[in-house]
Structure formats: structure tokens, C-alpha cells
Design a protein around this ligand. Structure first.
Ligand SMILES: *Cc1c(COP(=O)(O)O)cnc(C)c1O
Length: 241
């Protein structure tokens, strides 16, 4: 836990350097510290080190942590980054500041309904599987926008999602294949950016600003390809419990 401030500072420097190499400003990139499996004390250490955004992948695990840390100043923003089961959608709409892992029209409709009941507008990202890995959640778009047939199916669903009144679509999220080689992830990140640019042309009323991509092993490659949100777990907190 003593290492957390050092690690956060190192990651911030690497983010800034990667941004400058890409001709971007470091402030364009939000660092989400992925705190899954780590308890509230570890998370507090990250907040004390200046972390403002936290990522969790399970509602059940996140709920007590969010409650425990509810009085932190400043209050952290909580991002849901893992697959959301429909029966947890109401809790997710109550607990999280943004759901990054919306991966079907059906889930979007359920979240919209719960957000209406709660009386809030819920920011979301659409999770897209552009790499074609079978193990990945997300809207299927293997090969990206070159895959026109899959694109047409996806866009028909996206048009319905952006019309849902209680959801605020802000962009896209993806998980690159885990290979240990950051350069191997770059084509995946590039495909997501191209998809975002295409969606922004076709549905210009929606804000397609955010690209959530890049984790501990490949966030610099993601920044080179336009990431605005990087999700970093192990490089801040060490190996998971
Ligand atoms: C766990 C997780 C991360 C963080 O991964 P690290 O390799 O620990 O940085 C990022 N995104 C998602 C969706 C995750 O589930």
C-alpha cells in the first residue's frame, strides 16, 4: 500500500509522456484506477494519491465499497467496467456514475427504465468487441467498420440506444486481446477509434467523445490511438487479491 502514491505518480507521468508523443494534452486522458478485488483501505490510499475515478467490474463487490467510501472528499466517480447482468441493472443505475460496459440493446433499455424510476440521467459507454475474440463481451463488430454487414446491425441498435431518454451515450469502450505485447493491441484500439469516428459522422447529435481503452500493459498504445479513458488496475494496486 506504501507503493500506491509512487505508482500513481509513475502512471501519470507515462500517460503524460504518451499523450505528448501523440501530440495530445495529458488532461484529455482520464485515469480510472481499477480497484476490483482490493478493499476500501487500499482504495483510500489511491484517493489520497489523487485518484478521482475508480473502476469496478462487479456490482455486488462494488456496492459495499462505494458505501464505505461515500463520505470521501472529493467524492470519487465510480465506473462499472464489467459485464452487467440484467438483475443487477437497477443497483448499477443507483450506484455508478457511468456504466462503461453496456453491451446490448436490451440492457440499455433496462438501464433506461431504472434510471427513469430513480430520476436520473445515466452516462454510458457502449462496449464493442472489435477484436473478434470469442471470450469478449460487447457488441460484436469483428474487423471494425470494414465489416459492413455487422456495422448495419450494430448501427440499427445504436440508433435505438441513443434515443433512450434517460441514457447519455458518451462513447465507446473495448478490451484488447491480452497478449503481453502492447503493439499487438494497437490495431484493436485503432478499429475502435475508426468506429467512433464513423458513428460521430452518422449520429452527430450524440456526444461520441470518449474512447475507453488500454489497461496496465497497453495504455500507452491506447493513448497513441486516441484513448480518453484508460483503465489501470495492476500497475497501481499490484497483483489482484
Ligand atoms: C480488470 C480490468 C481492467 C484493469 O486491468 P489491469 O490489467 O489490472 O490494468 C481494465 N478493464 C477491465 C474491463 C477490467 O476488467
Amino acid at each position: 500500500m506504501e507503493d500506491i502514491p509512487t505508482r500513481v505518480a509513475q502512471i501519470r507521468e507515462r500517460i503524460a509522456a504518451a499523450a505528448r508523443r501523440a501530440g495530445r494534452r495529458p488532461e484529455e486522458i482520464t485515469l480510472v484506477a481499477v480497484s476490483k478485488t482490493h478493499g476500501p483501505d487500499v482504495v483510500r490510499a489511491a484517493l489520497a494519491a489523487g485518484i478521482t475515478d475508480l473502476g469496478e467490474n462487479r456490482v455486488q463487490e462494488a456496492a459495499p465499497k462505494i458505501a464505505t467510501l461515500a463520505n470521501s472528499h472529493p467524492r470519487p466517480r465510480w465506473h462499472l467496467i464489467g459485464h452487467l447482468q440484467r438483475n443487477k441493472a437497477r443497483a448499477a443505475a443507483e450506484l455508478f456514475d457511468i456504466v462503461q460496459s453496456v453491451d446490448s440493446l436490451r440492457l440499455a433499455e433496462i438501464l433506461d427504465r431504472h434510471a427513469a424510476e430513480i430520476g436520473r440521467r445515466l452516462p454510458i459507454l457502449l462496449q464493442v468487441n472489435v477484436s473478434g475474440e470469442v471470450s469478449k463481451e460487447g457488441f460484436a463488430l469483428a474487423g471494425g467498420i470494414a465489416n459492413r454487414a455487422a456495422c448495419d446491425l450494430l448501427y440499427a441498435e445504436v440508433e435505438r440506444i441513443v434515443a433512450l431518454p434517460q441514457l447519455e451515450v458518451r462513447g465507446l469502450m473495448t478490451i484488447a486481446p491480452i497478449t503481453g505485447d502492447p503493439d499487438a493491441a494497437r490495431p484493436t484500439f485503432r478499429l475502435l477509434r475508426e468506429l467512433r469516428d464513423d458513428l460521430a459522422r452518422r449520429l452527430p447529435q450524440t456526444r461520441w467523445d470518449d474512447l475507453s481503452m488500454g489497461m496496465s500493459d497497453d495504455f500507452e498504445a491506447a493513448i497513441a490511438e486516441g484513448a480518453t479513458i484508460v483503465r489501470v488496475g495492476r500497475a497501481i494496486f499490484g497483483s489482484r487479491m
